[in-house]
Design a protein around this ligand. Structure first.
Ligand SMILES: [Ca+2]
Ligand SMILES: [Ca+2]
Ligand SMILES: [Ca+2]
Length: 243
């Protein structure tokens, strides 16, 4: 990767209803966003089924209406690490935001820009993170990433990850799994709903595992674990990722 050549990955998230609930009360650990548009550099948007807040470096709140008037947050933590042999794994949490989210089309399209610099290696990577959101009865939205080498040195063997610790309403009752036909990673809570994402190109590897392993560790060696379900039976607090 050299000069202005671009490297592109698209991740969409989708969610849909699987079962209705018993009407039991739900608790989200985060206060829902208060409106729509840009709030402190984060993109906030709502439609009939989704109420999301996307931060430049990650997200902690994507809410889904899984039954009439019943909303549940599905995201404990979302981020997008990169890995090259010289850097090892670098989380988006540790990358500088050079432009917070700005709306290009109100409520529908917003962009943020991040930059990772290694002056000792003359390497600099810019990541554009773009959210495309639609009004109405739409259950998915798209996050596009454009990675550009803005330094003077080559960046070789770059690997890019989308990592999400989904907690559907709460961590209880959840299991993570991978569908090889659609190349999609999912989290299910069969009491509420399931949520998942896939890329615009087929993944190289995928991850399902215990939430802290997937969120903080699996991507650090540049190789996701390729496990197809976690836990192998039953439920736990799990996370998912694509490489
Ligand atoms: Ca759950
Ligand atoms: Ca690994
Ligand atoms: Ca989880």
């Amino acid at each position: 990767m050299k000069g202005v050549r671009r490297w592109l990955w698209v991740v969409g998230a989708l969610a849909w209803l699987v079962t209705l609930t018993s009407g039991q009360e739900k608790h989200s650990p985060y206060a829902p966003p208060s409106g729509r548009g840009i709030e402190e550099g984060n993109f906030v948007a709502r439609n009939d089924f989704l109420n999301i807040r996307v931060d430049p470096k990650g997200s902690i709140f994507w809410e889904f209406q899984f039954a009439t008037g019943e909303w549940g947050d599905a995201v404990f933590s979302e981020h997008f690490p990169v890995w090259i042999p010289q850097w090892g794994g670098v989380s988006s949490f540790d990358i500088e935001v050079i432009q917070p989210f700005q709306e290009l089309q109100p409520d529908r399209l917003a962009e943020a820009k991040l930059r990772y610099q290694r002056t000792d290696l003359n390497q600099e990577l810019q990541i554009l993170r773009r959210v495309q959101f639609e009004p109405g009865a739409v259950r998915q939205f798209r996050i596009t990433y454009i990675l550009t080498n803005t330094g003077s040195a080559t960046i070789g063997d770059l690997r890019f990850f989308q990592i999400i610790d989904f907690d559907i309403v709460n961590p209880g009752g959840d299991y993570a799994w991978y569908n090889p036909n659609s190349d999609t990673v999912f989290m299910n809570d069969d009491r509420y709903f399931r949520i998942g994402f896939f890329g615009s190109r087929r993944s190289a590897r995928h991850s399902t595992g215990y939430w802290s392993f997937v969120l903080y560790d699996d991507w650090k060696d540049g190789e996701l674990n390729n496990q197809d379900r976690h836990p192998s039976t039953g439920t736990t607090d799990a996370g998912v990722g694509l490489q």
